[in-house]
Design a protein around this ligand. Structure first.
Ligand SMILES: [Zn+2]
Length: 245
């Protein structure tokens, strides 16, 4: 009975490990999606800032153009050579500034074009990750739900077995299981503990064979049971198994 419970418990432990894995995978899928969305948002912000830089430069160019036009108009009205020359100087320096601003604007425009191309690729990537995430998330969530219902079935099966099991023995078993999270009710085979594979004494083996009280492995603290030889026709084995329990 306890052996059957143990097999259910091992199944449950494996099931919970798989569930943990699935949950981690789910977490990673979400993280990948968040990362790429975050990256795209960052690029978008950057592009907005670049566009703003460009607008400022364009305003500055408009202003300097207006200044040049104004200076040229003034120059046309001037008769005195000194004033004319002064205006020429002003126009020249304004034109130099205009050239500088235009070259800056051209650089920023090139950058903007490159950034906009980049964001197009990134948005495609976001779309791709979103699509794969969606199907992966669906798949993983489904797997977790399946695990949960399987777990509920295992619990039910275990509860009905536990109700009929030797209460004291079950308690000992559960305490050991809690510590080891592995099989704790193990057979003695060839005078060896099948839990830790350390050889036992003949006296110990006899105690286990008699089965009068719980016998623990002195090396790994697992609970020992005597395994009836599983030989001969299958019918025999079933009888022996039944007798053992
Ligand atoms: Zn042992």
């Amino acid at each position: 009975m306890i052996l059957e419970i143990q097999e259910l418990d091992m199944k449950m432990i494996r099931l919970m490990n798989v569930k943990k894995q699935r949950r981690n995978e789910l977490h990673n899928v979400q993280k990948e999606l968040d990362d790429v969305v975050h990256k795209a948002a960052g690029k978008d912000e950057h592009i907005a800032a670049t566009r703003k830089d460009l607008r400022i430069l364009e305003t500055q160019i408009t202003d300097v153009n207006a200044r040049i036009e104004k200076a040229e108009a003034k120059q046309n009205a001037i008769k005195k050579v000194e004033e004319f020359n002064a205006m020429t100087g002003e126009i020249t320096s304004a034109q130099r500034e205009k050239t500088r601003l235009e070259s800056q604007a051209s650089e920023v425009t090139d950058r903007l074009v490159a950034e906009e191309e980049g964001i197009q690729d990134l948005k495609k990537e976001v779309k791709r990750v979103q699509d794969t995430s969606k199907s992966l998330q669906k798949e993983l969530t489904g797997a977790i739900e399946e695990i949960n219902s399987e777990g509920v079935l295992l619990q039910k099966e275990r509860a009905s077995l536990a109700a009929n099991a030797d209460h004291d023995l079950l308690e000992i078993y559960e305490r050991l299981l809690h510590n080891k999270k592995d099989r704790v009710l193990v057979a003695v085979e060839n005078r060896t503990c099948s839990g830790c594979h350390i050889v036992l004494t003949a006296q110990h083996e006899n105690l286990v064979r008699r089965g009068e009280r719980p016998v623990f492995c002195e090396h790994c603290a697992r609970l020992h049971y005597w395994k009836v030889e599983e030989e001969g026709p299958s019918g025999d084995v079933a009888v022996k198994r039944r007798r053992k329990k």
